[in-house]
Ligand binder design. Structure first.
Ligand code: ADP
Ligand code: MG
Length: 349
């Protein structure tokens, strides 16, 4: 007998139970159904998710269950006024009104396999100056991190070469920013992971052929789902724009790719100086650099690695292999150093 705890549908409203069971079936999640507050309490601690019907919520509140994550209070729209108070009292994450909120329920159920998975690290990569090699390095990080676990490269630069192009995934089918632009509700980590173009563990969330506008809410939602569904999320960050500081604030580490020329170092220093918080910023010096300590002092951030240029890069990209062709090349080495700082789990043995 399968004794794996199942998500719990808790309602005495037959139509609500039927609708929730339909959503669970669509998400491929077997569920248990109970119709009394006592039965909810009995299953409360073990069920990975509880979909608590608004009809049973007052009776459950009276039983004062302990707090637990993964509870949604679900009812037909419009939710009764007391539903929000009940949701607070049982510690529900939100009140979902059906049928409109069905997607949120489905996404939560789809993400069940991800429960217990730690959130992935987010590495933002930005060029200290134009053409420093940021996009190339972001893609290299995605390739190297994928050797240890699922990785996603998120392309936030609408006028870069396209991470999908660098990774030879531009013709691969899958979700791009134009289809996520209107995402509402909670996007599941698994859905995003399975929807983006991907090869060998490296996925890419990139642009459609004609760049579209990005809604900051959709970007936030996508980054959050990306973390839930991947061990490592790499963001190719433009140097300017609304999303830059917010993304840096959310990142585990921001890696600034610096050209070790006077102008390259000066531009990187100005970019870093404009950040509200510089505590999780490190530098990747791209090019021969006799004095990395001086670069660190000028930019006021630690040098994580010095990376010589990689020979044969254009050929490797043209062949559809992405920037990392060999695990011993400069890009792979530098990627391992940076991952070791920000995402030790993502460095394959
Ligand atoms: N590690 C590297 N070794 C050699 N050439 C590189 C390297 N990284 C980038 N380049 C080259 O530099 C140019 C700009 O790279 P790109 O990654 O698009 O920079 P950015 O995103 O900072 O503007 C490209 O022509 C690319 O092939
Ligand atoms: Mg770029």
């Amino acid at each position: 007998m399968d004794t794996t705890p199942r998500p719990l549908i808790a309602t005495a409203d037959a139509a609500l139970a039927e609708e929730l069971a339909r959503l669970a079936a669509a998400a491929g999640a077997p569920v248990g159904v109970v119709s009394s507050a006592d039965a909810v309490l009995a299953a409360w601690a073990l069920a990975p998710v509880v979909l608590l019907g608004a009809d049973l919520a007052p009776a459950l509140v009276a039983l004062a269950p302990s707090r637990r994550p993964g509870v949604l209070l679900v009812g037909w729209a419009p939710a009764p006024g007391g539903a929000f108070r009940d949701a607070l009292l049982v510690g529900a994450e939100s009140v979902v009104e059906l049928p409109a909120g069905g997607e949120q329920v489905a996404e939560l159920l789809t993400d069940l396999g991800e429960v217990g998975r730690p959130e992935g690290a987010v590495l933002a990569v930005v060029g200290g100056s134009g053409g420093a090699g940021a996009t190339t390095f972001a893609c290299a990080l995605g390739q190297v991190a994928a050797l240890a676990g699922p990785a996603l490269v998120v392309d936030l630069d609408p006028i870069g070469p396209g991470c999908d192009v660098v990774l030879a995934l531009e013709d691969a089918p899958g979700v791009r920013w134009d289809s996520l632009g209107t995402a509402s509700g909670r996007l599941s980590g698994r859905s995003l992971r399975e929807a983006v173009p991907r090869r060998d563990g490296t996925g890419v969330l990139g642009w459609p052929p004609l760049p579209c506008a990005l809604d900051p809410g959709a970007v936030r939602e996508a980054l959050s789902a990306a973390r839930r569904g991947h061990d490592t999320v790499v963001v190719d960050l433009p140097r300017h724009g609304d999303l830059v500081h917010e993304t840096v604030a959310r990142a585990t580490l921001t890696c600034v790719v610096v050209a070790p020329t006077p102008s390259g170092v000066a531009s990187a220093a100005r970019w870093v100086a404009a950040l509200p918080d510089r505590s999780r910023v490190g530098l990747l010096v791209h090019g021969r650099c006799p004095d990395p300590a001086r670069v660190a002092a000028t930019v006021d951030a630690p040098v994580l690695a010095v990376m010589p240029p990689q020979r044969g890069l254009a050929e490797s990209v043209d062949l559809g292999l992405g920037p990392v062709r060999s695990r011993r090349g400069p890009l792979a080495r530098a990627a391992r150093s940076v991952l070791a700082t920000a995402a030790p789990r993502a460095v394959a043995a």
